[in-house]
Design a protein around this ligand. Structure first.
Ligand SMILES: [Zn+2]
Length: 170
């Protein structure tokens, strides 16, 4: 858990690929802003040419760097932002939380997963990220999500965690 939390520290917006200026042909550009698109399938980057100051937008597809989720039992499946959003919607059912907030959380977790992994991310890590976000957003939603998440978590893994926490305290 400690390692997972430490990983949360966000990297500065990365520059992605070097992009040639469409106006003057200069070989590189400065990234002003970087965020996933609504469906999470691409990174939208607002760029500026350092030579002619022309601003332009690029869409860089995430599919080019596939991301796999490693489940508790070691099986892999493709990362799915919709799944995160679905879990959030269930947790926030009838709670005073705007859909835009849930979209933001799903986008944030998707971006962190892509930025901080080498092509694979643990399902457990995703669960912890979502729990952290919900904790500050809505307590009821947090407890709902945490209980469902814990129920699915591998029993062996959970026992290890409890033992580890026990050792820490003593
Ligand atoms: Zn230019």
């Amino acid at each position: 858990m400690v390692a997972d939390l430490a990983r949360r520290s966000r990297k500065p917006a990365d520059g992605g690929e070097r992009m040639r200026c469409p106006s003057c042909g200069y070989g590189d550009s400065r990234v002003l802003d970087s965020r996933p698109t609504q469906d999470g399938a691409a990174i939208r980057r607002r760029r500026e040419c350092p030579r002619c100051q022309r601003r332009f937008t690029t869409y860089e597809r995430i599919e080019e760097m596939p991301l796999l989720v490693v489940k508790q039992d070691g099986r892999r499946e493709e990362f799915d932002r919709q799944k995160i959003l679905g879990g959030l919607m269930t947790a926030c059912h009838k709670r005073p939380v705007a859909m835009a907030e849930l979209q933001r959380i799903a986008d944030d977790v998707a971006r962190r997963a892509h930025d901080e992994s080498d092509g694979e991310v643990a399902s457990r890590w995703i669960g912890e990220q979502v729990m952290e976000e919900l904790r500050s957003l809505d307590e009821v939603a947090y407890v709902r999500f945490a209980s469902v998440y814990r129920a699915f978590a591998d029993a062996e893994r959970f026992r290890e965690e409890v033992e580890r926490l026990g050792r820490k305290r003593s």
